[in-house]
Design a protein around this ligand. Sequence first.
Ligand SMILES: *Cc1c(COP(=O)(O)O)cnc(C)c1O
Length: 261
Amino acid sequence: MTRTGFDTDRFGTDPGATIRANLAELRHRITAACARAGRDPVEVRLLPITKTVPAEVLRHAAAAGLDMFGENKVQEAMGKAEALADLPVRWSIVGHLQTNKVKHLTRFASEFQALDSLRVAEALDARLRAEGRMLDVFVQVNTSGEPSKYGVAPEEAAGLVARLPDFPSLRPVGLMTLAIFSAETERVRACFRLLRELRETLRATPAGAGLAHLSMGMSGDFEAAIEEGATVVRIGTAIFGTRPTKDGIYWPGLFPEVAPT
Ligand SMILES: *Cc1c(COP(=O)(O)O)cnc(C)c1O
């Protein structure tokens, strides 16, 4: 029994202090990875991933200086965006979107990192035009080839990017991927390298010229991602602790669709 509305096992009794300490450690590791790669840390944006973190705890995260939150489910994100409407925070959706959820996303999100079909591009653009606004988008690429992962196949990315000028409310700013979940770091790095090479190829095309960003790397693999060129790292667990899964089993760093069986 607790008097707080959040999980004290996960966030501690002083979530602000927990988050500040985790962020300090994380920024230290990001800086060190940049140093190893000869990169400037200002080139790497930290996108905190806040799925399963209650709005009450996110107030502490905002107070700690975080001003953009990433979520994989539109409905969960929308509820928190409403609860935190008084704060100057922006929202990024990083998970697969169904066309029937497009109307929710355009109400509050300023970035969408999981564009993986023309159908969704078309639906987003129609809705954004009606609202008279733009949206930053990343094309999600399935660099591991695992059937459990969303994203276009690497060989299909050029075709999708070439069509994006048809949707003037979408601003294509980069590519996004989830690497294979594996202890073999070479296989993980191969996913990151593939995304970077794909971006170089696409950037040389007229429709791909704006693809400046590579969103890759999560709590378990962000250092390798930075060494391979990431400009956005999406970090949940390392800031907010381990997420509980539906059946109460804790899988560090994982979310259900890639949990080992
Ligand atoms: C949950 C999630 C993350 C963050 O994962 P952690 O391992 O907790 O850092 C990153 N990207 C996407 C798309 C996610 O769904």
